[in-house]
Design a protein around this ligand. Structure first.
Ligand code: ADE
Length: 231
């Protein structure tokens, strides 16, 4: 590992990371801002993509192809599906899917298009390191399936569809697209989220209430993981 890409979707998701690291160099590219950091000899580039799969794909591909990052770590918030996930709790994805990708009209399963796969996996090595860090720091972390789509989910019907179709534990709006980019470009990928809401009718209210605190939970855990990677 020589250069780390660190991504969020929203400013609130990377703000605790930028606050932690010193000597940040700002680079503007493709209508986005990239923050280059040297952290005790480790090169990193931090960016938030803006919300959704398209912006997230652009940022992930840029971090890898333009900035030369060879490992990608994502930190942010998600809506919880698994009832064991309460607001503030942490989940790392072992696989992700696109819940809104739908050519079922042609007999394909939800989330599938020819040439792709319903699920894309993340790096087992990075997840193992993350789980070690969780144990060392007494943090409760669930490893599971994250479903991604270009929708803020705030209904029990949509949530139930995503749960029954993909057995997803949490949902958000970027992870699967980032994992697809990393898989295609052969870059180890790590997707971490902290729960901000439970994707039900209260989700909009809860998200506004808990975005910052949950984003901070995720970022603080990510920093501990980065510290471990550095060793
Ligand atoms: N990220 C956090 N909460 C979410 C929700 N309910 N839907 C989509 N993305 C989210």
């Amino acid at each position: 590992m020589t250069k780390l890409a660190i991504m969020g979707a929203m400013e609130e998701e990377i703000e605790p990371l930028l606050a932690h690291f010193e000597n940040v160099q700002v680079v503007e590219f493709a209508k986005n801002t990239y923050y280059e950091v040297q952290y005790n000899g480790l090169d990193m580039v931090i960016a938030y993509s803006k919300i959704g799969k398209v912006f997230a794909s652009l940022t992930a591909a840029t971090l890898i192809e333009k900035f030369g990052c060879d490992t990608l770590l994502f930190s942010g918030v998600a809506g919880g599906i698994n009832p064991d996930l309460k607001i503030g709790d942490l989940i790392i994805a072992n696989k992700l899917c696109q819940h809104d990708l739908d050519i079922t009209a042609f007999g394909h399963p939800n989330g599938y298009v020819p040439g792709g796969a319903v699920f894309v996996e993340t790096s087992k090595e990075l997840n193992t390191i993350a789980k070690e860090v969780a144990i060392e720091n007494n943090l409760k972390v669930i490893e599971g399936t994250i479903a991604t789509g270009d929708q803020f989910v705030h209904s029990n019907e949509r949530k139930a569809f995503i749960e029954t179709t993909f057995q997803a534990d949490a949902l958000e709006m970027e992870g699967a697209s980032v994992a697809v980019v990393c898989d295609a470009l052969n870059v180890p990928c790590f997707i971490l989220r902290a729960i901000s809401d439970t994707a039900d009718m209260d989700a909009g209210f809860d998200f506004d209430e808990f975005l910052k605190s949950s984003a901070k939970n995720s970022a603080e855990y990510l920093i501990k993981i980065i510290d471990k990677l550095k060793k």
